[in-house]
Write a protein that binds this ligand. Structure first.
Ligand code: ATP
Ligand code: ATP
Ligand code: CA
Length: 218
């Protein structure tokens, strides 16, 4: 059974979700108020429909209730985004993901029961800034306000030592969950694993500890 999703709002963000879901072999109903946008996705999505999703009867007649997961990717029009989310909730959609435009928008979405609220522009901006500031951190994934997973390239200071030699967990409070080496990936490396120059260490920990590790160990 293929997974079935609905994506409402076919701007750059919603459109990209539709494309990726189709790539991942899911069934997608794509909805937009603009017939031109719908036309763009007619060949890509499983079904593409023009509808105003702030109109409850229109939403119901599309059988939205039968879909497990709906993404609301209406951006600029915050009122339409909120109203759509509210109606989806009332119809009884089990999982609703909504793109928020700002923090107030997010607060309202959470109050009315959105299961997941995403801020792609804000998060990608943070991520790029973090990557720009640090020479060592190659990539960065925020787990919560306090915890992250980062990719750090091993320099001369780390190369040739084992995890025991460096005593990383005890000294810095961070864990190396995997090591990428050429095309290999060592998941849950053993304490006796020797780090090589240019290994990519996948490190999990609090932001404070990761920062300390990056400053002191490298
Ligand atoms: P992106 O940044 O992802 O390109 P955006 O944040 O700028 O998008 P908009 O372009 O404002 O967001 O909205 C995304 C889409 O949502 C548009 O294609 C728009 O037609 C659609 N949309 C807006 N209001 C409604 C509505 N009431 N019902 C259905 N679709 C709507
Ligand atoms: P701990 O008491 O810290 O859990 P341990 O008893 O599990 O250590 P070992 O697994 O032999 O002992 O590891 C010795 C030390 O090597 C650890 O205390 C830690 O500092 C470091 N270490 C081992 N594996 C990792 C890892 N994956 N990431 C970071 N540090 C590690
Ligand atoms: Ca936008």
């Amino acid at each position: 059974m293929k997974k079935e999703f609905v994506v409402i709002g076919l701007g750059r963000f919603g459109g990209s979700i539709v494309n990726e879901l189709v790539e991942l072999d899911a069934e997608v109903m794509a909805i937009d108020i603009s017939p031109d946008r719908v036309e763009e996705y007619a060949q890509i999505a499983t079904t593409a429909v023009s509808a105003d999703t702030t109109d409850e009867s229109a939403l119901r007649s599309l059988g939205i209730r039968n879909f497990e997961h709906v993404v609301v990717a209406i951006g600029e029009n915050i009122q339409a985004s909120i109203l759509t989310t509210l109606i989806l909730k009332e119809i009884g959609v089990k999982h609703i993901t909504v793109k928020a435009q700002n923090d107030y928008h997010e607060k309202v979405l959470r109050k009315i029961g959105a299961d997941q609220v995403v801020h792609p522009e804000r998060d990608m901006g943070k991520r790029i800034a973090n990557n720009m500031v640090s020479n060592n951190i190659l990539d960065y994934l925020e787990l919560s306000d306090e915890y992250s997973i980062v990719e750090i390239r091993a320099n001369e200071k780390l190369a040739g030592s084992t995890l025991i030699d460096l005593d990383i967990r005890a000294k810095y409070g961070v864990n190396i969950v995997a090591i990428k080496r050429h095309t290999q990936i060592l998941v849950s490396p053993q304490a006796i694993e020797e780090i090589e120059l240019n290994d990519i260490l996948i490190v999990i920990g609090s932001d404070v500890d990761i920062h300390r590790f990056e400053k002191k160990a490298l």
